[in-house]
Design a protein around this ligand. Structure first.
Ligand code: C2E
Ligand code: CA
Ligand code: CA
Length: 568
C-alpha cells in the first residue's frame, strides 16, 4: 500500500483568484464561492499575472476567462505553465466555445467551466475537485521523489514494482547498487562531493531505465534499488557506471558494489527479493574496486542455517546438546606407542539437524563472538571428566582443550581457566592448551603477555595447526610454546608425495632447534606412522589409532593402555 496521504489542514479559507473582464461575471462567481473561499479578483491577464506572482504561495486555484483585453487568458496560461513554481496552481478556464475547451486543456488547464454560469453546485464541485487533485498530487510529488536524485522513494518504488508485475510477467532482476565507503568520501571531500557521486549514479540509472525499462529508487544514503528486465551483462553495466563516475568526479577512487538477484521468484515479497540482492552485495562492502556479486541459493541456505544455529546456542547449552569427545594421542618415541594424552573435541547433537561438525559451527561462533561461551562449557566439562578419571582411577593423562584466538582476548579468560582447574581439584598441567597458529598474527603483544602468564601459572601450550601458513619463523622464535602440533595437511600426503615428506622433515628440524616436541595429527595409515617415526616425530593422533570418542569409550582406552588403575 502507498503511505497515507495526509491532507493539509488549514484553519483559514483557501485563496482563489477570479479573472474576468466583465464585472457581472466576477460578481456571479464571487457570489457562488465566497462562503467557501477567500477570493482575489483581476480584470485582465496582466493584472492577474501580477496577483498570481505576489500570491503564488497561498493561491489554491485560478478561474481564468480567455477573452480579455490587455492580455488574454491563453497568454496567462502559457506563462503559468512555463514557471516551475506557478505550474502547481490549477487553472480552470471559463469558456463560451467548445474549441477553446480543448485548446486550453491541451495547454495545461485543469478543467473548464462553460459560460453562462447556470449551475452553482456544479461550479462549486469542479472548483473543489480541482483544488483537491492538485493538492494530492503535490503531496505525492513532495514525498514520492528523493529531492536530491529525483528518483522514487523506497516505499513507492516497491509498490510500483508490484504494480509493474501485474501487467508484465517477463523475467526480472532485483539489484542493489551501493557506493563503497561513501561516508568517507563525504567526510574527506565534503557533502557536495558526496551529492555529486549520487547524482552521477542517478543520472546513469535514469539513462539505463530509458533504454531498458524497469524501475529504480534511492533506498538509503548511498544505496539504490533497481528492478530491471533480466540481463546478463552486469559487469559491463557496472564498468559503465564506474567510468561515468570517474569522468564526472575526476577521481577513480570511488568504487561501487552491485548485488544481483536474477530471475526473481515472484512468490517472494518485493522486499525479500531486494533482501537477496543485499545479501549478495554485503560481502563486497570492504572492496576497493567495483564488483558485482550474484545471489546464490546455496549461499543463502547456508546463511539461513548459520543464523538458526546462532540462535540455538543457548538452548543447546542448557539442554545438553553439546558433548565432549576425546581423541587419544600416542607417544611413539618408544617401540610400543603409548597413550600419553587426548584432545577434547566438541560435538553438537542438534534435535533437528543431527550431529553437526565443529568444522562448521566453531568458525561461525568465532565470527560472532560466541565461541567463549562454548569453550567455557567444553573446558568445564573436560575438567569435570578429568576429575572423575583422576578420582576414580589413580591416574589419568593430561587432556588438551582448544583455545580460540577470541578466548585469548576475552576479559576474565585466565581467571576462568584458573577457577575451572581449582574447582575440579586439578593442576594447570592437567589441561593442555591448544592455541591455533593463526592466533599469533594479530594483537601479538597482548597475546604474548597472556601466554607468558598462562605458562607462569603452570599451563602448557601447544601450537595447533603449525605450518598452516600464518606464523612466520620470526614470530615462532619469540613465542613460548611447549609443543608444535603439525597441521594435518602436512601429514596427509607424506606417504605419497616426496616433497611433502621433505617439508615435514624441515618442520621437524625447526622443532628440534626450538627444543619442543612435535605432535602429528591426522595420522590414518601405518605408512604415515612409520614415516613419522623415521622423521623422529614424538607424538601422533589420528584415525589410525582412534577417532574422537565419547568419555566412556575413552575410559576403556585408558584401561587398555594400562593408564587406568581403579582405586579400590
Ligand atoms: P583441530 O583442533 O585441528 O582438531 C583436529 C580435527 O581433526 C578434529 O576434527 C578431529 O576429529 C580431526 N581428526 C583427527 N584425526 C583425524 C584423522 O586421522 N583424519 C581426519 N581426516 N581427521 C582427523 P573436528 O573434531 O571436526 O574439529 C574440527 C576443528 O574444530 C578442530 O580442529 C578445532 O579447530 C575445532 N574445535 C573442535 N572442538 C573445539 C572446541 O571445543 N573449542 C574450539 N575452540 N574449537 C574446537
Ligand atoms: Ca586442536
Ligand atoms: Ca589441528
Amino acid at each position: 500500500m502507498l503511505p497515507n496521504r495526509t491532507k493539509r489542514i488549514r484553519s483559514t479559507k483557501r485563496q482563489i483568484l477570479v479573472v474576468d473582464d466583465e464585472e457581472i461575471n466576477r460578481q456571479l462567481l464571487g457570489f457562488m464561492l465566497e462562503s467557501d473561499y477567500q477570493i482575489l479578483y483581476a480584470e485582465n491577464g496582466k493584472e492577474a499575472l501580477q496577483l498570481i506572482t505576489e500570491n503564488q504561495d497561498s493561491l489554491s486555484l485560478i478561474l481564468l476567462d480567455l477573452m480579455m483585453p490587455v492580455m488574454d487568458g491563453y497568454e496567462v496560461l502559457q506563462t503559468i505553465q512555463k514557471d516551475r513554481n506557478l505550474r502547481r496552481i490549477p487553472v480552470i478556464v471559463l469558456t463560451s466555445e467548445k474549441s477553446a475547451e480543448v485548446k486550453s486543456l491541451q495547454m495545461g488547464a485543469a478543467d473548464f467551466i462553460p459560460k453562462p454560469y447556470d449551475m452553482p453546485e456544479v461550479i462549486r464541485a469542479r472548483v473543489h475537485r480541482s483544488i483537491e487533485l492538485a493538492e494530492d498530487s503535490s503531496l505525492i510529488h513532495a514525498t514520492e521523489d528523493d529531492p536530491l536524485t529525483g528518483l522514487a522513494h523506497k516505499d513507492f518504488f516497491l509498490e510500483y514494482c508490484h504494480q509493474r508485475d501485474q501487467f508484465d510477467t517477463s523475467p526480472m532482476d532485483a539489484l542493489v547498487l551501493n557506493v563503497n565507503r561513501f561516508h568517507l568520501a563525504n567526510e574527506i571531500h565534503g557533502r557536495a562531493f558526496g551529492d555529486k557521486i549520487l547524482l552521477v549514479i542517478a543520472g546513469q540509472i535514469a539513462a539505463l531505465l530509458n533504454q531498458t525499462g524497469g524501475l529504480a529508487c534511492r533506498s538509503g544514503a548511498d544505496s539504490f534499488y533497481l528492478y530491471l528486465p533480466h540481463r546478463d551483462d552486469y559487469n559491463d553495466l557496472l564498468c559503465q557506471f564506474s567510468e561515468a563516475l570517474e569522468k564526472e568526479t575526476g577521481t577513480g577512487a570511488i568504487s561501487l558494489r552491485m548485488g544481483v538477484y536474477p530471475y526473481v521468484d515472484r512468490a517472494l515479497d518485493m522486499e525479500q527479493r531486494f533482501d537477496r540482492a543485499n545479501l549478495a552485495c554485503a560481502p563486497l562492502r570492504t572492496q576497493h574496486i567495483s564488483q558485482v556479486s550474484v545471489y546464490d541459493m546455496k549461499t543463502h541456505e547456508k546463511e539461513v542455517y548459520a543464523e538458526k544455529l546462532l540462535e540455538d546456542i543457548d538452548t543447546a547449552l542448557s539442554d545438553g546438546q553439546f558433548q565432549v569427545y576425546y581423541q587419544p594421542k600416542y607417544d611413539i618415541r618408544q617401540d610400543k606407542p603409548k597413550l600419553c594424552s587426548a584432545e577434547a573435541l566438541v560435538r553438537w547433537f542438534h534435535p533437528v539437524y543431527g550431529m553437526i561438525s565443529p568444522g562448521f559451527f566453531i568458525p561461525l561462533f568465532e565470527e560472532n563472538g560466541l565461541i567463549h561461551k562454548l569453550d567455557l562449557f567444553v573446558w568445564n566439562a573436560t575438567a569435570a571428566q578429568l576429575r572423575i578419571w583422576k578420582e576414580e582411577y589413580r591416574t589419568c593423562v593430561p587432556i588438551s582443550v582448544n583455545v580460540s584466538r577470541i578466548d585469548l582476548l576475552t576479559p576474565g579468560f585466565e581467571e576462568n581457566l584458573l577457577s575451572i582447574v581449582r574447582n575440579n581439584a586439578l593442576q594447570p598441567e592437567d589441561l593442555l592448551l591448544e592455541i591455533t597458529e593463526s592466533a599469533y598474527t594479530e594483537h601479538i603483544d597482548q597475546i604474548l603477555e597472556t601466554i607468558h602468564r598462562l605458562r607462569n601459572h603452570g599451563f602448557r601450550i601447544e601450537m595447533d595447526d603449525f605450518g598452516s601458513g600464518y606464523s612466520s619463523l620470526n614470530v615462532l622464535s619469540s613465542f613460548p610454546v611447549d609443543a608444535l602440533k603439525l597441521d594435518m595437511k602436512f601429514v596427509r600426503t607424506i606417504d605419497t608425495n616426496e616433497k611433502a615428506y621433505g617439508m615435514l622433515k624441515i618442520m621437524m628440524s625447526i622443532a628440534a632447534f626450538l627444543e619442543v616436541p612435535v605432535i602429528a595429527e591426522g595420522v590414518e595409515t601405518e605408512k604415515q606412522l612409520s614415516l613419522l617415526r623415521d622423521a623422529r616425530c614424538d607424538i601422533v593422533q589420528g584415525y589410525y589409532f582412534s577417532k574422537p570418542v565419547p568419555a566412556d569409550s575413552f575410559t576403556t582406552l585408558l584401561g587398555a593402555s594400562g593408564r587406568k588403575e581403579k582405586t579400590s
